[in-house]
Write a protein that binds this ligand. Structure first.
Ligand SMILES: [Zn+2]
Length: 620
């Protein structure tokens, strides 16, 4: 059953990061609006060119085009008795399960605005009942960010609404991308194509859906934590059995089965695309072995009795046979990636070689839900090598290579100069050897970024690679690179800071670790400093120690030899972390005081870097 879709404006971008906010002001070709609720109107126009009846154009891989068409099917859907999903108001699905007296909402999208619109759409067609519980399947932002569009925090605090999440959820959610947030945000522009126009020569979606919302990201700490597999919980008359799946698609994730509905979910570990064991925006590498293990455990626990499986992206499958097919093919795919990588590594092959050698057998490659719309076998294999053996391929010739710019200058000179390289590269281009053209001409660009002919030739090669690939994330990356080669690196006014709720949820240690990451080592050379930091609102004491160009801290203590005691509040630190104020401003306002003075803190802050989001990628 499909009902009328309506709600917020979508834009194309990402999944699984605080980078959700990123594109709010960096729309590039087509400025992207924050989601504006326009009651009664659907607005999927941004990707409307991917119509159900439109033939795939020459500039889009036909399989990716088809997936875009399927992703574009949005609205309110009944999955089974008492279980509904709103799809395509955001990159993820909002799932509503009807309890005996109220509603259980699963994974309330990225932003409060889209989650609210999803609930309004549901209430247009179903009885208006209170939300009595929210379940977060995992710690990525598209699965919790809209929680305040679904429930009031006051109702949670009053005990009227439970927030249920897997062990480690809050820490993982808050910490996602803090320490390298700037780098990931910039790299996410490539993965998610947020700077590209949405059209046949631009982005056609993100593989998990056609786009993400750009509204208010919120977070409410869980009231109930799932701490062990097999844990059962009766929620409003329905019996949930949970299974923890740590270190799979997210650091904290879980599957569950609802007995009365015979319905299973494997969260985001089994959706209609091969997933990323490493997203190209950059992230810690995920474990394909664990991923496979937990899909297998889901089959063992619930496979035989499940009549439907619904996911947190894409569409459900019905019937025990198809549920088993999805779970078992997923299980085997991630195991294949894990085991074949290690097998070939044991034969002495290096990452790039292994990535060329590993191909799914037909039985996996022909399964729709394992096509490479989001992750690819190629980059998942390389990541698995790195997970087990690290970045070094074992050949000492690569152990201490020259940095890209120096190597590029030498390559170009050794190859007879830029003109000679470009002449040969054009012949390669004519032969369709786009991968080689991109690789070799990249050297010309790194040797001389002002070489317009080189930039255009590399752009043309990457563009062809973008048009050919089945992977939306590769397509977005290749086409974004081509665009930057042609028009240069943009510099738009945007700060990639985390949402206020995320910063509040960070533990103090993580906040101070980020200070330490911002410390400019060379600038701090020769400085030594010990400060006691006292937070009056959270009643915390911590010693900050600057030594040997590093900043370390010791919680729950003070040091009598410290040069000063800085007294402030966690709220003040949060404002500084959100770039809403500075240490100077807080001192001026009396929110930070020092005994004997706060000069030590200013000295420390003065040694910290600010990060520029718009660093170069395709040129030095
Ligand atoms: Zn997701």
């Amino acid at each position: 059953m499909q009902m009328n879709p309506r709600g917020a404006r979508l834009s194309t971008a990402l999944c699984g990061a605080l980078v959700a906010a990123l594109l709010a002001s960096c729309g590039g070709v087509d400025p992207i609006e924050a989601p504006a609720l326009r009651s009664g109107s659907a607005d999927f126009s941004r990707l409307a060119f991917i119509g159900e009846d439109v033939e795939s154009p020459d500039t889009v891989n036909p399989s990716l085009w088809r997936q875009g068409q399927l992703c574009a099917s949005g609205g309110l859907f009944q999955v089974t008795d008492r279980l509904y999903q709103v799809r395509n108001l955001d990159v993820s699905n909002l799932t509503i399960i009807e309890g005996d007296t109220g509603l259980i909402v699963v994974d309330p999208l990225i932003s409060a605005e889209t989650a609210k619109a999803a609930m309004e759409l549901y209430f247009e067609h179903r009885p208006e009942k209170p939300v009595i519980a929210v379940i977060h399947s995992h710690s990525h932002v598209d699965h919790y960010g809209g929680v305040k569009g679904v429930v009031d925090e006051a109702d949670v605090e009053a005990g009227k609404v439970r927030i249920i999440a897997p062990e480690g959820f809050l820490e993982a959610a808050a910490a996602e991308n803090v320490l390298v947030g700037n780098a990931m945000t910039r790299r996410a522009m490539f993965q998610f194509g947020g700077l590209l126009a949405p059209d046949e020569k631009g982005t056609v979606g993100v593989g998990l859906g056609i786009g993400v919302s750009l509204g208010t990201v919120t977070l409410i700490p869980p009231t109930d934590t799932i701490t062990e597999t097999g844990q059962k919980m009766v929620i409003d008359g329905l019996t949930f059995e949970f299974m923890l799946t740590p270190d799979t698609e997210a650091p904290a994730e879980m599957h569950w089965y609802i007995e009365e509905l015979k319905a299973v979910t494997a969260a985001e570990n089994c959706v209609h695309t091969l997933h990323n064991t490493y997203p190209i925006r950059g992230a810690q590498i995920r474990d394909p072995g664990a991923w496979s293990h937990y899909l297998n455990e889901s089959i063992d626990r619930w496979g035989a009795k499940s009549e439907v499986m619904y996911g947190m992206h894409h569409w459900p499958v019905w019937g025990a046979e198809r549920v088993h097919e999805m779970l078992s093919k997923g299980r085997d795919a991630y195991r294949y990636i894990n085991d074949q990588t290690l097998r070939l590594a044991n034969h002495g092959h290096t990452p790039v070689e292994i990535a060329e050698l590993v191909e799914f057998p037909d039985s996996l490659a022909s399964h729709w839900a394992l096509r490479e719309y989001y992750g690819t076998v190629n980059h998942n294999v390389k990541s698995t090598y790195v997970k087990y053996l690290g970045w070094y391929d074992g050949n000492p010739a690569t152990l201490h290579g020259l940095p890209p710019e120096d190597a590029a200058k030498n390559y170009v000179e050794f190859m007879g100069g830029a003109a000679a390289v470009l002449e040969k590269a054009k012949e390669s281009f004519e032969r369709g050897e786009y991968r080689w053209v991109a690789e070799v001409v990249n050297h010309v660009v790194f040797a001389d970024p002002a070489n317009a002919e080189a930039r255009e030739l590399e752009a043309a090669a990457l563009e062809q690679m973008g048009y050919q690939t089945e992977s939306s994330t590769w397509r977005n990356a290749f086409l974004t690179a081509a665009q930057e080669l042609r028009i240069g690196t943009l510099s738009l006014p945007f700060k990639g800071t985390a949402s206020a709720d995320s910063i509040r949820a960070l533990d103090l240690s993580m906040l101070l670790n980020f200070w330490a990451v911002r410390l400019n080592g060379p600038r701090a050379d020769g400085h030594e400093l010990t400060l006691n930091l006292v937070l009056t609102d959270t009643r915390q004491e911590v010693v900050l120690r600057l030594s040997n160009s590093t900043l370390s801290h010791s919680l729950e203590r003070t040091d009598p030899t410290a040069s000063a005691t800085i007294t402030t509040t966690r709220e003040a630190l949060n404002r500084m972390a959100a770039d809403e104020s500075t240490a100077e401003a807080e001192i001026e306002a009396g929110e930070i005081t020092g005994d004997p003075d706060a000069s030590g803190l200013l000295e420390l802050v003065g040694m910290m870097d600010e990060f520029d989001l718009w660093f170069n990628v395709i040129e030095p």
